[in-house]
Design a protein around this ligand. Structure first.
Ligand SMILES: C[S@@+](CC[C@H](N)C(=O)[O-])C[C@H]1O[C@@H](n2cnc3c(N)ncnc32)[C@H](O)[C@@H]1O
Length: 289
C-alpha cells in the first residue's frame, strides 16, 4: 500500500466517524508513524509503506474513528508554537488558552520574580510563558521562578517531562512542582498566578466526554451547576497567595466570565477586567491584589 492509498482510506473513515478535520487528522497520524511533516507526505504520495507502518497507521485510524483525539494517539500537541507531550492524564492544550498566555506575558515586567501556574495539567501555560520569555532574549537571571500546581500527580509528572523536553537542565532549576488542592498546600506568595481551572458546568462536562475523547473529567468539571465551584475557592486562595499588587489571570468559559469577574471584585481584587479570545468570546478574567 502507498501513502496516497492509506491517506485516502484514513480521510474517508475518519470523516465518516464525524471528525471536522479528517485531512489534518490523517496527515498527523501518517506523519507521526513516518516521522515526517505534512509537506513531505504531500510530495511522497507514491511511496510504498512497509507492512509495519501500514499496520500502525491502520491501528491509529481505528482509534481515531472510536473518538480518541489525534493528540492522544500521537502523544503530542502543539501549543503556543511549542510541542507538548500529552497523555489521557492531562487535558489536551486548547488554542483558546493561548489568550491566557498572551495576557500573562504582557503583564510580566522586570519586577516579576515569581509566577504560579495553578491547575497546570501538561504545564502548557507556564512552560509557554517561560519558553517565550527565554526566546525573547531575556537574560536567564531575570527570568522569574515558576511553580506548577495540580491536584493530579499524574498530570504533574507529565508537566515535569514537558519541562525537561522544552528547557535545558539549568532552566528547569527555576521550576518547582507541587501537588495541592488549589493552593491549600502552598506556603509561598507570587507576583502572578496564571490559571486555567476546570470551569465547565458539571452536567455538561460529563456529556462532553461521551464522544470518546477520553480527557480527564477532573480537568473539565467545575464542580457546580454554573461551573464556578472550583473558582469560588480559587479566588480567595489566590488573593491570599499574591504579593501586594500581584495579578491573578484566569481562563473561564464565555458563559461564566462575567460572574467570575464579579466574584473577584467581591473578594477584594481591583482593576478586574475580561479579555476576549480570537473568536471574540470572553475568555480571561484578571485583577490585581
Ligand atoms: C482545564 S485543565 C488545565 C490544564 C492546563 N493548564 C491547560 O491549560 O491545558 C485543569 C487542571 O486542573 C487540575 N485540577 C482539578 N481540580 C484541581 C484542584 N482542586 N486543585 C488543583 N488542580 C486541580 C486538573 O488535574 C487539570 O490538570
Amino acid at each position: 500500500m502507498n501513502i496516497y492509498e492509506i491517506r485516502t482510506k484514513a480521510v474517508r473513515e475518519i470523516g465518516k466517524a464525524g471528525s471536522d478535520t479528517p485531512e489534518l487528522d490523517a496527515d498527523l497520524i501518517i506523519g507521526d508513524v513516518l516521522a515526517q511533516n505534512r509537506t513531505w507526505i504531500l510530495f511522497h504520495r507514491n511511496s510504498q509503506l512497509t507492512d509495519e507502518q501500514a499496520e500502525k497507521i491502520d491501528s491509529a485510524i481505528r482509534k481515531r474513528t472510536e473518538g480518541l483525539p489525534v493528540a492522544y494517539i500521537t502523544g503530542k500537541k502543539e501549543f503556543y508554537g511549542y510541542e507538548f507531550i500529552v497523555t489521557p492524564d492531562v487535558l489536551i492544550p486548547k488554542p483558546d488558552t493561548e489568550t491566557l498566555v498572551d495576557f500573562a506575558l504582557s503583564a510580566v515586567t522586570s519586577e516579576t520574580k515569581s509566577i504560579c501556574d495553578l491547575c497546570s495539567g501538561s504545564g502548557c501555560v507556564g512552560l509557554s510563558i517561560y519558553s517565550a520569555l527565554l526566546d525573547s532574549g531575556i537574560k536567564y537571571s531575570s527570568i522569574p521562578n515558576f511553580t506548577f500546581v495540580d491536584i493530579s500527580q499524574a498530570a504533574l509528572d507529565i508537566s515535569k517531562r514537558n519541562a525537561a523536553k522544552l528547557l535545558n537542565p539549568i532552566s528547569v532549576q527555576k521550576i518547582s512542582f507541587a501537588k495541592s488542592d488549589i493552593l491549600e498546600n502552598i506556603s509561598g506568595t507570587f507576583d502572578i498566578i496564571v490559571t486555567n481551572p476546570p470551569y465547565i458546568p458539571s452536567g455538561e462536562a460529563a456529556e462532553l466526554l461521551k464522544d470518546g475523547r477520553n480527557e480527564p473529567l477532573l480537568a473539565l468539571d467545575g464542580l457546580s451547576e454554573d461551573g464556578l465551584g472550583i473558582i469560588r475557592n480559587l479566588i480567595p486562595q489566590s488573593l491570599a497567595h499574591l504579593n501586594e499588587g500581584g495579578l491573578l489571570a484566569m481562563e473561564t468559559g464565555e458563559y461564566n466570565a462575567e460572574k467570575a469577574a464579579e466574584l473577584m471584585r467581591k473578594a477584594g481584587f481591583r482593576d478586574v477586567a475580561i479579555e476576549k479570545d480570537l473568536a471574540g468570546l470572553l475568555r480571561v478574567v484578571h485583577g490585581r491584589k
